[in-house]
Design a protein around this ligand. Structure first.
Ligand code: BMA
Length: 353
């Protein structure tokens, strides 16, 4: 009897010890926790394709327009997976996938944050991501659709690549994945006029379920509408997918400064509150002004729109010649940007390591 009692007591003790041990966080949860604590400091600088080419150079190893201007790397680096789905060795912007893998791991190893976008080709027409000639694409890659099997293969290709992102000890590199962006516009085959709200939400679920199953605990999910102005909760919720960790905003100035400031301030205020109220984070996932014609655009025009938003980072798009969006010693915005870094108004890699 005494033995039975002791055995029961031992089991009870063991069970309560197990209960007290919180389950270890997955790499994605650890990244979310880190981002959560970073959101209260100055906004981080991110840059698309930073290590591959700059305004006046291309395909040289160990170069970065950012590093050459301010002596530090962006805190966040963005890479695009478009082309993986057709087994191309280079992405849609001619960056070899093997090099993307190398730089993504390198950036994570030095304490940086990495984010992937995906501009896949059109699985129904064979055109590119901007081919909007057929408005049945999304419907046809969902279950029972004509391109369902094809698209499952595309997801398998993306998952297979993402699985190769590992640290030296074999543990997975966590990352932000931001598919199906700018969906409130109609320039991508998954855009507003190209699929119904239900189809868009189903596309997200299909993607998320597949990738999360293949890479459990590695992915932080981000969903980014494009600059719009005048969001209402009803409009946003109509197409809002489940399981998003970071609400994004893609925010370029194409028209007048006045219009941009009005729309960006409005969107950023609205989307950051939407994120906060639902336990999500917020970031400016793409931004810039083509050709960088306004020298103090970053400090005077753009950054004031983000005030009070707890935006994690702002990520200017790639430095593809001067006609793109980022910052380099050759752009008119160089001095303004340098001053932002020097005054600690924005955070670079060194500030988050
Ligand atoms: C766009 C442009 C394109 C590019 C795409 C994906 O905004 O920069 O030239 O192919 O992003 O990076």
């Amino acid at each position: 009897m005494r033995k039975i009692f002791l055995a029961i007591a031992a089991v009870a003790l063991l069970l309560s010890a197990c209960k007290q041990q919180p389950a270890p966080l997955s790499p994605a949860e650890t990244l979310i926790q880190r981002l959560d604590s970073l959101q209260h400091g100055p906004i981080m600088y991110g840059h698309q394709d930073d290590p591959f080419y700059g305004v006046s150079w291309q395909w040289e190893k160990d170069r970065s327009d950012t590093y050459e201007l301010v002596g530090d790397y962006p805190a966040v680096m963005g890479f695009d997976l478009g082309g993986l789905e057709e087994h191309h060795s280079k992405n849609l912007d001619s960056v070899p996938f093997s090099w993307i893998r190398e730089e993504a791991i390198r950036h994570a190893e030095r304490g940086g944050i990495i984010t992937f976008s995906w501009h896949p080709r059109n699985p129904r027409t064979g055109g590119n991501a901007w081919d909007v000639t057929d408005s049945t694409v999304v419907r046809n890659i969902l279950e029972n659709g004509e391109q369902y099997e094809l698209f499952q293969g595309w997801l398998a290709d993306v998952a297979a690549f993402l699985k190769t992102l590992t640290f030296e000890d074999g543990s997975p590199v966590p990352f932000i994945f931001r598919p199906w962006h700018e969906y409130n516009g109609s320039w991508f085959w998954w855009g507003q006029k190209l699929c119904s709200d239900e189809e868009y939400i189903a596309l997200w679920k299909l993607t998320r379920d597949y990738i999360n199953k293949e890479l459990p605990g590695s992915v932080v999910w981000s969903c980014s509408p494009n600059l719009q102005g005048g969001w209402t909760e009803e409009a946003l919720l109509a197409r809002w997918p489940e399981g998003v960790d970071i609400v994004g905003e893609d925010c370029y100035q194409w028209g007048t400064e006045e219009d941009f400031v009005r729309q960006a301030t409005d969107d950023i205020r609205f989307l950051s509150a939407f994120a906060r109220e639902r336990g999500m984070l917020f970031a400016i996932t793409e931004c810039g002004m083509q050709n960088s014609p306004v020298a103090d655009w970053w400090s005077r025009v753009f950054l004031p729109c983000t005030e009070g938003s707890n935006a994690l980072y702002f990520l200017p798009w790639r430095n593809w010649h001067v006609d793109h969006f980022g910052v380099a010693k050759e752009t008119t915005t160089a001095e303004d940007f340098k001053a932002l870094v020097e005054s600690d108004a924005i955070r670079m890699l060194n500030d988050i390591q």
